[in-house]
Design a protein around this ligand. Sequence first.
Ligand code: WT7
Length: 651
Amino acid sequence: MTDTAKTYPPSAEMAAAAHADKATYDQMYADSVKDPAAFWGEQGKRLQWMKPYSKVKNVTYEYPDVSIKWYEDGTLNVAANCIDRHLEERGDQTAIIWEPDSPEDEAKHITYKQLHRSVCRFANVLKELGVEKGDRVVLYMPMIPEAAYAMLACARIGAIHSIVFAGFSPDALAARINGSEAKVLITADEAPRGGRNTALKVNADKAFETVEHKCKMLVVQRTGADVAMENERDFWLHEVEGDVSDDCPPEEMNAEDPLFILYTSGSTGMPKGVVHTSGGYLVYAAMTHQYTFDYHDGDVYWCTADVGWVTGHSYIVYGPLANGATTLMFEGVPTYPDAGRFWAVCEKHKVNQFYTAPTAIRALMGKGPEFVEPYDLSSLKVLGTVGEPINPEAWNWYNDVVGKGRAPIVDTWWQTETGGHLLTPLPGATTTKPGSATLPFFGIEPVILEAESGAEISSTEAEGVLCIRDSWPGQMRTVWGDHKRFVSTYFEQYKGYYFTGDGCRRDADGYYWITGRVDDVINVSGHRMGTAEVESALVAHPKVAEAAVVGYPHDIKGQGIYAYVTLMAGEAADEDLRKELETWVRKEIGPIAKPDLIQFAPGLPKTRSGKIMRRILRKVAEDDFGSLGDTSTLAEPEVVDDLIANRMNRK
Ligand code: WT7
């Protein structure tokens, strides 16, 4: 049994050296919620503004007129804040360390000066291709420096980027290109990961078969694979770049101009385009990066996420670079060439802050400490986790085996929608408890509501749904092209609050413990997925009549995908079809959506009005069918017996 009651106060040394000790945190937090406009007005000064703001906050959560604006009359350029303003002081400092997939290949060290040149040139290439301020550019990229250049190049000319994770299928890519009517898709010939190459250009070509508007393709050469290029439509970066200048003045942008769109899954329908804007987002990403990781000048910081997720946006690119940091970008996977790769890279580049996901920690924990022990990890000062609740066993392993008890763990809770950390310990300030994201960041007022009534639970100890009382600068502003959906998803059910979709418990010390999603969103290896998306992929298969998808506890992934499938009359439920459906979902959405378990069911449990009773499906998937509750309201109660008899997850 793990001792979950044990708590871990910051060391005196850490508290003394950190940006915030407990007294500072307490004081700053109190100030931040007492007068948010004054607090964030002051914090806004961490950026360089072209025209300073006079108005800090203009927010209403009033349903249905939700409107969120920060620094609304200020202007700035995000790329200039991440690059140009550092040139004088740290032009020769490394901005990005790039570690390739194969340890045999050479790492790159890119200085701020070099970054400036590459981003300006990239921006001029985009202009050559006709990209203008306000246009959308989709990225479908390997984890290479050009991905960061492309993001910053968009920001420099005021184009809005929308990154699609390179593991997504051509169909998913096409939907996002169409959804934002992108002018250019930036991709690469191939993406090497774990010794295997994904054919990005081939996928992009497939996606373009269903792109309805005129869209160009800019291709980065990564592996040199032989790929087909279509005349007038496809362009090699290195060819167009030959003719462009090193100079590209940054566009003056309003604080509320969109910086990027990032699609994320919800409980209903297809993924929605989360919109983040320029000023507030960057203030929040920079401040959280500095405080949560206790980043100091000269530190080497590594976040293992992919730029296809919000973690890569805020904590590989924007937050660190806004702080003039050295940020490490890793192309590979934790287990290639073996399960020691993370630690080899930490030793090689003397990483000070390391940020990864519980699923990776659990997978590496399973391989044994012998993959960690050979490496000198004495440079590590702070260890971060993100993406899903971390179980205390994994927390303790991270703390003991990786951090040797010397590096505080920051369990950061946040979402694509929040732009940056909302609940997190600060290394020098917060006593941690394994499994708890602890306390709110500055300016964040978490509230716990009773799920049914929506009543706020004011006692310290509480359990219910997690909402946030007021706005913070990094909050999403709208859903791309669908502001109504933004309002109804986050502000309708619990009026006057931002609804996170997560369940949460607050303990007697006021610490927050995320208990998981309360909607039909599942979290597989830290990747968020709507059960509705997987269902709609399954029912698109000609042999499938109906499908229902739920999550179930999975030792490594956190949650696995459990699909109940009803076939068309006359179709045979066999192993071949099971394999075929797995491949089908991989193709429709991408490998991360492949069901772990598929149960063929002659019928699904439904109410008399035809609503699928997911509660029952979840219980059966958890192998916990002793407590199914009342099934008498079902249209056909006997389908449950069949579900139980043929359940796939037997403990
Ligand atoms: C959902 C958001 C934010 C970057 C990665 C995921 C879950 C995230 C934690 C954590 C417990 C967590 C929540 C949240 N989640 N971090 N530290 N502890 N749960 O972003 O894809 O938008 O998913 O991930 O359920 O709502 P995302």
